[in-house]
Design a protein around this ligand. Structure first.
Ligand code: HEM
Length: 447
């Protein structure tokens, strides 16, 4: 992560752009939203380095060539509408309640990592809303589907940062390739069975996986997969690929965002008090589940999540490939063949757009004034290839955090942390940006 931070700061001092060689590839690194706006609207093809992920996703839209991505995106986008997303809130609420119950076990344990709690919450929520199955990883963190996904992501990110592993000719002879493919086949087989089963009978039902575990159907909410079977001409293979994308794109990203937000709240108790006040205004003393209308009323919580996403974007960089001349504001022209790294981490801390307190955690900035440029805040990317699940993610995050904060007070991992001057978090990069200390905090019951 340090390399991206250094390159980002270097770009601030050079009118928002700098450059770097990665192995034999030349990359332009962008830390200015005006330049990013032009690039993300004119370069739609992902850079080759991201295409390494296609070993898992095949033609799934997120990394696919533009010709495959465009028609799929149109169909997928129509399914992320308000009606469908509002239906998912009951799943987020139900899974949040399980999260709260699970967190009880940490009450007397002092500091602990929230990561596993959030990643199992998001895995369960995404599987139920996208695939229409309950994998119950919150009850069983060693759940094989979750483990297979984790191992593929770990191996994939290790390969990405080691250019000598990029060649398939080399990689396919290594033991990590065998492990990668074993996990991939497990994931694909699991999803293939779900697709076939949903195709056959688009009703609630039970399926069994290879190991005999029981995965039950969702509680009456139509999943994206079921809706796509009904409303699109996607083949089984296309459905399978897009289902993998939903799980891949939706699980760890949202868990990282939830973990950073919880960490920020544990270190900014004044902010947490304001969130709690807002929750009391909306929910009073009641224990009722979160409903869609509540989410739109939680404006301060919304600002808190955005501010966490600004300082700690789960996807800190994205890439594009330049395929034709692109003239940038300022006179530079990008030429075909070069790669572009849009440094979201740096754009979010660019003092020209965020002021002298850009490094401070101050959620009010999202309530007090409008963005100086629409691309100054882009945790979900920007332009035609931006995240399809951004509203889904905000709803899943706010549902979980609202349930969590009504029940518990989040505290820093040790007493002294709150009283000493806060140091910036130490960060690492493994496809996503994470906290080196693995998101440690303590919780206290509010009752
Ligand atoms: C906090 C959570 C999330 C973050 C930070 C995030 C971030 C991103 C980013 C940065 C991209 C674009 C990559 C690029 O431009 O190269 C992306 C794409 C995508 N995301 Fe998300 N995402 C989140 C949650 C979700 C969820 C919950 C879903 C679905 C349930 C989802 C589905 C997708 C899909 C399908 C794409 C590909 C869009 C396309 O290429 O047309 N994301 N996401």
């Amino acid at each position: 992560m340090r390399a991206f931070q250094i390159l980002g700061r270097d770009a601030f001092n050079r009118d928002g752009m700098t450059s770097v060689w990665h192995a034999n590839r030349f990359f332009t690194v962008v830390a200015d939203p005006i330049i990013a706006d032009v690039i993300l609207k004119s370069c739609l093809e992902k850079d080759d380095i991201m295409k390494l992920a296609q070993l898992l996703t095949d033609n799934g839209s997120i990394f696919a060539a533009v010709s495959i991505w465009r028609p799929r995106r149109k169909i997928l986008a129509s399914h992320f509408n308000t009606k469908i997303l509002n239906d998912f809130v009951s799943v987020f609420s139900k899974q949040s309640e399980i999260l709260i119950t699970k967190l009880k076990e940490t009450l007397d344990r002092g500091s602990f990592s929230v990561w596993n709690y959030f990643t199992t919450y998001t895995m369960d929520a995404v599987c139920e809303t996208s695939l229409g199955v309950q994998v119950k990883s919150q009850h069983n963190p060693d759940q094989p589907f979750l483990k297979a996904f984790e191992e593929c992501c770990d191996l994939g990110s290790a390969r990405m940062v080691q250019p000598w592993l990029h060649s398939m000719t080399v990689y396919r002879h290594l033991p990590q390739y065998k492990r990668y493919m074993k996990n991939k086949y497990f994931i694909c087989d699991f999803i293939k069975k779900i697709v076939q089963s949903k195709r056959k009978d688009n009703e609630l039902h039970q399926i069994s996986d290879m190991n005999g575990d029981q995965y039950t159907g969702s509680d009456g909410v139509k999943s994206l997969l079921e809706l796509l079977i009904k409303n699109s001409n996607f083949t089984d293979k296309e459905l399978q690929e897009e289902s993998v994308i939903m799980v891949l794109a939706g699980t760890d990203t949202t868990a990282v965002a939830a973990s950073f937000t919880a960490l920020m709240l544990s270190q900014h108790l004044d902010v947490q008090d304001k969130v709690y006040e807002e929750l009391r205004e909306v929910f009073g003393d009641s224990n009722r589940a979160v409903e869609p209308d509540d989410l739109s009323q939680l404006k301060y919580l919304d600002a808190v999540v955005r501010e966490s996403l600004r300082l700690y974007p789960p996807v800190p960089v994205i890439t594009r490939k330049v395929e034709r001349d692109v003239a940038l504001p300022g006179g530079v022209t990008l030429i075909p063949g070069c790669g572009v790294v849009v440094n979201i981490w740096a754009i979010h801390r660019n003092p020209h757009y965020w002021g002298d307190d850009a490094e401070e955690f101050r959620p009010e900035r999202f309530l007090d004034s409008a963005l100086k440029h629409p691309a100054a805040f882009m945790p979900f990317s920007y332009g035609p290839r931006g995240c399809l699940g951004y509203r889904y993610a905000m709803m899943a995050l706010k549902s979980a955090l609202a349930s969590l904060l009504r029940q518990y007070r989040l505290m820093p991992d040790n007493e002294s942390y709150a009283t000493v001057k806060r140091e910036p978090l130490r960060l690492k990069f493994d496809i996503m940006m994470k906290d080196v200390n693995n998101f440690r905090l303590r919780i206290e019951s509010r009752n």
